[in-house]
Design a protein around this ligand. Sequence first.
Ligand code: DX5
Ligand code: ZN
Length: 234
Amino acid sequence: MITDSKFVIWRLKFTDDMNPIIAPSILAADFANLQREVEMINESAADWIHIDIMDGVFVPNISMGLPVVEAIKRHAKKPMDVHLMIVQPDKYVDAFKNAGASTISVHAEACTHLHRNIQQLKSLGVKAGVAINPHTPVSSLSEVIQDIDLICLMSVNPGFGGQKFIERTYDKVKELKLLIKGRGSKALIEIDGGVNQQNAKALLDAGADVLVAGNFVFSSPDPKGVIQRLKEVN
Ligand code: DX5
Ligand code: ZN
């Protein structure tokens, strides 16, 4: 894990320790028992709750919308990290903020005027996140990297949980870390898709700060134990 002093201070604003930030993805939870699932996350070592919003247009799947995010918020004791896989996110970010999101990530591929989208997020007072698909080079963020709080690096093609991790991600994390440091950015690197105990350490060694995990957590008979073990990877 990277530990230069300015970065450490910035990172401590997000988590109480220098372990990775763990964000279980509610997409893989039992939707018929969402309150129970959120309470499990509350009681676990998780730092954030990752919430995937899919519109059936930007990605070939529909997940959940604002009423579900509001319902999660009623029980959540951890910050909600909302990942918008939707077109025209500028129309909805204020509503997601009002629903309780702490961080909102928009997809670079869905934003013709990404700089404007980032400024909009900042003006709302949420952490500004930008997600990029596996085919999108990290260099495409070079002109906005200083304004971003979180980069959600997709390690699968967005739209579904439970997919196979794309191995090229390790090199992208390293490239992104260099870009962040070179530009004096404080952005955290979040890895989203196919994260498990096998790839977590290599991702953190490459420079990742936040690990999203859906199926790996919720398909386990001991999700809290899985979260704890991810938290202890270093
Ligand atoms: C994929 C979503 C991910 C997904 C991760 O489109 O953005 O957040 O829930 O799920 P797993 O960990 O199962 O790949
Ligand atoms: Zn996601």
